[in-house]
Design a protein around this ligand. Sequence first.
Ligand SMILES: *Cc1c(COP(=O)(O)O)cnc(C)c1O
Length: 406
Amino acid sequence: MPLGVVGALFVHLRGTGRLYAQGVPRPQQLLTPGPTAVPPEVLSALAQPVIHHRSPDFAEVFALAQERLRAVFRTERDVLVFTSSGTGAFESAIVNLLSPGQRVLAVSQGEFGERWQAMARAFGCDVVPLAYAWGEAPSPDDLRTALAESGAQTVFLVHSETSTGVVCDLEQLLAVCAEADALSIVDAVSSLGAVPLETDAWGADVVVTGSQKALMTPPGLAFAAVSERAWVRAETATLPRFYWDWERQRRVQEKGSTPFTPATSTVVALTAALGLVLADGLEAAYARHRALGRACRAGIKAIGLELYSPDDDSAAVLTGALTPEGVDAVALRLALRDKHGITIAGGHGELVSRLFRIGHIGHVTVEQIAGAMTAIEVELAVVGADVEQGNAAPAALEAFGTVASA
Ligand SMILES: *Cc1c(COP(=O)(O)O)cnc(C)c1O
């Protein structure tokens, strides 16, 4: 089957690993939904000498980080900064806001929603699930009914479900929480900075995210923006807490540090990364993510593959697609990594052999997406799949808007 000019070039290049030899490691492009690629400015910030967390040097950079975090979270509140992965910040919300046996309505539409249900159960909460099939989006009407029936006063929501690519209508779901006067805890780990999220204006009580996705920073920091209502709730919640104690965290943050040694270099890097995000503006970031999603979907369709993530602009965080029947997605991912220097993510459960996910979060260009599309075309042809060749990269570029229409 003809590979086309671009495909032939890829086949040629992949045989020339020696181009990367002479001690220069083959660069890997991270097109995964976290951790994500980090811009050079952020890498050089990481390379600065380590600073001490009880020094004016840290207090200064931490104050700037706070200011920038508030801008990205779209909030006036302090943002608590933990040295952990995103899961740690979510655990902090559970242990500061809930008591043993307390009822919580946990909305799930994929892996992460299920994780929060399991976590709340582990802490002895009375978890009422509002569970959707993976790939579905939660509906405000279902939430209204479930809140009325369960009488729960706390709700877990996942904004962008990274296992499926579904981004829910968070604004509407939060409006339903407000109607029922229920406290909302939002997992925004893969959404904050990629798609619109108005923490204050939409009335989210707690918004949790991590450093390693749209915030273009290495893994290691997690954040929680906490509403006044949530601070009041925390006063009566009785689950035990120590490392995650919000009250102590707030007290020490007000003095320009954190209770325990933070990942100081990662805070420095975060400050640089948020500076880049805000220099272009959040609207530009949202528009870029939407356009990258369009490019990816156009490429996948031009290859003739089936989309797993939604086929609309809501899927701005990642694109999931299925390999043709009988073509192993795990082998495809390995070929992309080993032969083309492109790392993408896999699937889960029954779909592990068919699903692959391409993250377009943070520091990603459409040229990288176009390159990944060509590499996918080529590798599918190599295993004998009957797919179109040579169309995906042009389709991706055109959908992104970089190709002037003739
Ligand atoms: C990445 C991610 C998390 C957090 O994962 P950690 O590995 O704990 O940082 C949580 N929720 C969603 C939706 C994510 O994408």
